[in-house]
Design a protein around this ligand. Structure first.
Ligand code: NAD
Length: 461
C-alpha cells in the first residue's frame, strides 16, 4: 500500500490533520494503536473530564441552588457506577464519530503502533507502508516525579483519576495546574476532602496573577484546601492509603499528608516512544520535543510533527490548528497558526479563560497599557443564574486602544473568550467591542462593559 500522507496518532491533532489531508485530495491513512480513535483528549482527557465536570456541577446546583429557585426533590445522591457509564457513553459517542468521519473521508485506519524505519516508510505490526509524507501527531503522556510510582490505583495520573473504583474520602492532588484543579473540582463536588499541594506560591502557572488570586479564593470557598510552596518529595502506599511527603519551601520543614487517592498532576511530556525518531536523526530538544521549522517540518525530509509532541501549549485546539496547517502545506497551500491568539480554558465552575498578554507580561515588557474590568456581579443574567462570581478584564494599548489580552473568570468564560479572540485577530480596539450592540440579558454584556471600562466607563458599575 502506498499513500500521500500517513498520520501517526489520532488525537485532535492527528485526526484533524488526516481529515484535512483527505479533503485536499491526498490519499491518507492514520495509524492508531489504541482500541478507539481520538487519542488522549477523547479517550482519557478533555472529553471524559468534561462529562464528570458537567455531572458534578449538576450535583452542586441541585444541592445549593435548586431549593432557592423553588425546585424541591428528595435528597439527591450519587450513583458512581451510573456516572461512569454516562462518561463512557460520552467517550464512545465521540470516538465513533471520528470513525464515521474517517469512513466518510476515505481515510484508512491502520491499527497498531507505528515505527518509522526510514524516510517514506511507516511500519505497523509486520507490515510496511510507503508514503510520500508523514505527520507525527503522537501526543503526550503524564510526567511523574522521582520518588513517586503511579500505579493507577492509589497513586494515579489523570487517566486513573477518571475511572476510580469509588469516590475517595480523602484526595491529595500534586500540582495546582489545569488537570489538578479540574479533577479536584470534580471530586470536591462529589464529596471528597481535597487538598492540593503546589510547589509555587500561585496556582495555574502562566495565568494573569489577578485571575490566579481570584480563582484560588473561589476554589477555597468551594472547599478545596491548598498547601502552597510545597515541594512533594515522595509518596508511599501502606494498607490502601498513601502517605505523601513534602517539604515547605519557606523553612525546609518536612510534612506528611495521608490520602485514599493521590493524583499526580505535575505536567505532561511528549510521547514519541517506539517511533524510531532518534535512529532517523530527527532533532529532538532536551525535554523530548520534536524540533520543527515554521512549516512544521522536522529535520528529516517529508516528516512533519504537530501537537503535544512539539513545543507550545499542550492544548487540543493548538494541535488541531497545526494539523490543518501541516496538511495545507503538504498539499502545496499556505498553512498558518497565529500562536499569539490561542485561547486557554479551565473548565471549572466558574470557568477561566484567557488569550493574549497577561498584565504581568505587559508590566515586565514596560508596555503602555490600560485595563478595562467588569465584575459579573453587575450582569443581570449571571445574577439570575447564581453565577455572578468573577470578572472580565481587557488589556488594551494605552495609545491605540488595540486589544492586547483578555482574561475572564466567570460563567461560560470558555465560550465568551472567542469574541475577544476574534476581535484580536481583526486587530480590533476595545472601542470596537464597546460600539457593538450586545443582546440583553447575556453574559456577553460583561465583555462589552469591560471594553467600555477601557474608555469612558461601564454602565452597570
Ligand atoms: P501544569 O503544568 O498545568 O501544572 C503542573 C503544576 O504542578 C505546576 O503548578 C507545578 O508548579 C506543580 N508541580 C510540579 N512539581 C511539583 C512538586 N514536586 N510538588 C508540588 N507541585 C509541583 O500541568 P497539568 O495540570 O498536569 O497539565 C498538563 C498539560 O495538559 C498542561 O500543558 C495543560 O495545559 C494541559 N491540559 C489542558 C487542559 C485544558 O486546557 N482545559 C486540561 C488538561 C490538561
Amino acid at each position: 500500500m502506498s499513500y500521500d500522507v500517513i498520520v501517526i496518532g489520532s488525537g485532535p491533532g492527528g485526526y484533524v490533520a488526516a481529515i484535512r489531508c483527505a479533503q485536499l485530495g491526498l490519499k491518507t491513512a492514520c495509524v492508531e494503536g489504541r482500541e478507539t480513535l481520538g487519542g488522549t483528549c477523547l479517550n482519557v482527557g478533555c472529553i471524559p473530564s468534561k462529562a464528570l465536570l458537567h455531572a458534578s456541577h449538576q450535583l452542586h446546583e441541585a444541592q445549593h441552588n435548586f431549593s432557592k429557585m423553588g425546585l424541591k426533590s428528595e435528597k439527591i445522591s450519587v450513583d458512581w457506577d451510573q456516572m461512569q457509564t454516562y462518561k463512557n457513553e460520552v467517550i464512545t459517542g465521540n470516538t465513533k464519530g471520528i470513525e464515521f468521519l474517517f469512513k466518510k473521508n476515505k481515510i484508512d485506519w491502520i491499527k497498531g503502533w507505528a515505527k518509522i524505519p526510514s524516510q517514506g516508510n511507516v511500519k505497523v505490526n509486520d507490515k510496511t507502508y510507503e508514503t510520500k509524507n508523514i505527520i507525527i501527531a503522537s501526543g503526550s503522556e503524564p510526567s511523574s516525579l522521582p520518588g513517586l510510582e503511579i500505579d493507577e490505583k492509589i497513586i494515579v495520573s489523570s487517566t486513573g483519576a477518571l475511572e476510580l473504583k469509588k469516590i475517595p474520602e480523602k484526595m491529595v492532588i500534586i500540582g495546582a495546574g489545569v488537570i489538578g484543579l479540574e479533577l479536584g473540582s470534580v471530586y470536591s463536588r462529589l464529596g471528597s476532602d481535597v487538598t492540593v499541594l503546589e510547589y509555587l506560591d500561585n496556582i495555574t502557572p502562566g495565568l494573569d496573577s489577578e485571575v490566579q488570586k481570584s480563582f484560588q479564593h473561589i476554589l477555597k470557598r468551594q472547599g478545596i484546601k491548598f498547601v502552597m510552596g510545597a515541594a512533594v518529595k515522595s509518596a508511599i502506599c501502606k494498607k490502601n492509603k498513601a502517605h505523601v511527603l513534602y517539604q515547605k519551601n519557606s523553612d525546609e520543614s518536612e510534612h506528611s499528608i495521608e490520602a485514599d487517592i493521590v493524583l499526580v498532576a505535575t505536567g505532561r511530556k511528549p510521547f514519541t516512544n517506539g517511533l524510531g525518531i532518534k535512529e532517523l536523526g530527527i532533532a529532538v530538544s532536551e525535554k523530548g520535543y520534536i524540533e520543527i521549522d515554521n512549516g512544521w517540518k522536522t529535520s528529516a525530509n517529508g516528516i512533519y510533527a504537530i501537537g503535544d509532541a512539539v513545543l507550545g501549549p499542550m492544548l487540543a485546539h493548538k494541535a488541531e490548528d497545526e494539523g490543518i496547517a501541516a496538511a495545507e502545506i503538504i498539499a502545496g497551500k499556505h498553512g498558518h497558526v497565529n500562536y499569539s491568539i490561542i485561547p486557554g480554558v479551565i473548565y471549572t465552575s466558574p470557568e477561566v479563560a484567557s488569550v493574549g498578554k497577561t498584565e504581568d507580561e505587559l508590566k515586565s515588557s514596560k508596555q503602555n497599557y490600560k485595563v478595562g474590568k467588569f465584575m459579573f456581579l453587575g450582569n443581570g443574567r449571571a445574577k439570575a443564574n447564581f453565577a455572578a462570581d468573577g470578572f472580565v478584564k481587557i488589556l488594551a494599548d494605552a495609545e491605540t486602544d488595540r486589544i492586547l489580552g483578555a482574561h475572564i473568570i466567570g460563567p461560560a468564560a470558555g465560550d465568551l473568550i472567542h469574541e475577544l479572540c476574534m476581535a484580536m485577530e481583526f486587530g480590533a480596539a476595545a472601542q470596537d467591542i464597546a460600539l457593538t450592540c450586545h443582546a440583553h440579558p447575556t453574559y456577553s454584556e460583561a465583555i462589552r462593559e469591560a471594553a467600555l471600562a477601557c474608555g469612558d466607563g461601564p454602565i452597570h458599575a
